[in-house]
Design a protein around this ligand. Structure first.
Ligand code: UDP
Length: 272
């Protein structure tokens, strides 16, 4: 699979179907390899990784890295069109391509043909896991949310085999309880909602301790969306790459995170 780097973080260039085919292949593998870590970095995570070496290494060691966020698609396209540009050219092309994004969201798909959000990939994995009844565990979010997400997934994807849920936390004092539950339920797929970078660092630290797990993926706020605790942006806004605007309107307290994603990140990419 072709790889591309954005701000020193590696991504796999693939469609959602290609990613799913690779995941299914890993699930069918009977050898006792260690679990495969899937990451879905977004612009905010990339900024964080610039100043956090262990997070950066964890992202770059991942078995599959999928771009979650139109910002990553824009950055990879920008890198492609400014390969031979000087500083002024980069600045002008950067601003023009950002403005172009508003009118032609498809203009950022030169490298990646689609944006794959963590929650969409998680749902698709649930859907394709049904044939073999692959056992799934949902770890994280506030108490009751993973259980509710399980109920919704069972309605949306009849036959999906969710063998356990637990809120817990990424802190060490919760590890024994998580470990006991995973040993008891023997999941092959582990979805973890502790937010970035906690979930990725947790996976990197602990995953080798769970021999049953073949695929582990940090899913951020996915359980909140699935359970209905939080609403996702309308489909049209998602298509236009404006999910961040919807989240800003719904949760104004996230303004700093959104500022980082839509202002700091593009500037950093243009300067890099
Ligand atoms: N979370 C948790 N324990 C923690 C910190 C966060 O369970 O110690 C959960 C939180 O309840 C939410 C998810 O992690 O379900 C992170 O959501 P956020 O909206 O920050 O993620 P994003 O989608 O922005 O990556």
């Amino acid at each position: 699979m072709k790889k591309v780097k954005v701000l020193n973080i590696q991504f796999d260039v693939c469609t959602k179907d290609e990613a799913l085919a690779r995941i299914l292949d890993a699930l069918q593998n009977r050898s006792r390899e260690s679990a495969k870590h899937i990451v879905t970095p977004n612009p905010e995570m990339l900024l964080h990784a610039q100043n956090n070496a262990s997070f950066r290494e964890t992202l770059n060691r991942a078995w599959l890295s999928i771009p979650d966020g139109i910002g990553i698609l824009w950055a990879s396209t920008f890198q492609e069109i400014t390969k031979r540009s000087g500083a002024i050219g980069r600045l002008l092309k950067g601003l023009a391509s950002l403005i172009g994004l508003i009118f032609f969201p498809g203009s950022c798909q030169r490298v990646f043909s689609e944006r794959i959000t963590g929650v969409d990939l998680m749902e698709s994995i649930c859907a394709v896991s049904r044939d073999k009844k692959t056992p799934i565990f949902l770890l994280g979010a506030i108490v009751g949310v993973a259980e509710k997400a399980k109920e919704i997934l069972e309605i949306r994807y009849p036959g999906v085999n969710i063998v356990g849920t637990f809120s817990g936390s990424p802190n060490d004092f919760d590890f024994a309880a998580i470990n006991a539950l995973i040993a008891e339920t023997q999941p092959e797929i582990l979805f973890i909602a502790y937010g970035a970078p906690a979930q990725e660092l947790w996976i990197s630290r602990h995953i080798a301790k769970f021999p049953s797990v073949k695929i582990a993926m940090g899913v951020g706020g996915a359980f909140d969306f699935l359970s209905g605790l939080k609403k996702r942006a309308p489909k049209l806004m998602q298509k236009l790459g404006l999910e961040w605007l919807y989240r800003l309107l719904k949760e104004p307290s996230r303004w700093k995170r959104i500022w980082n994603a839509i202002v700091k990140f593009p500037l950093r990419v243009i300067r890099s």
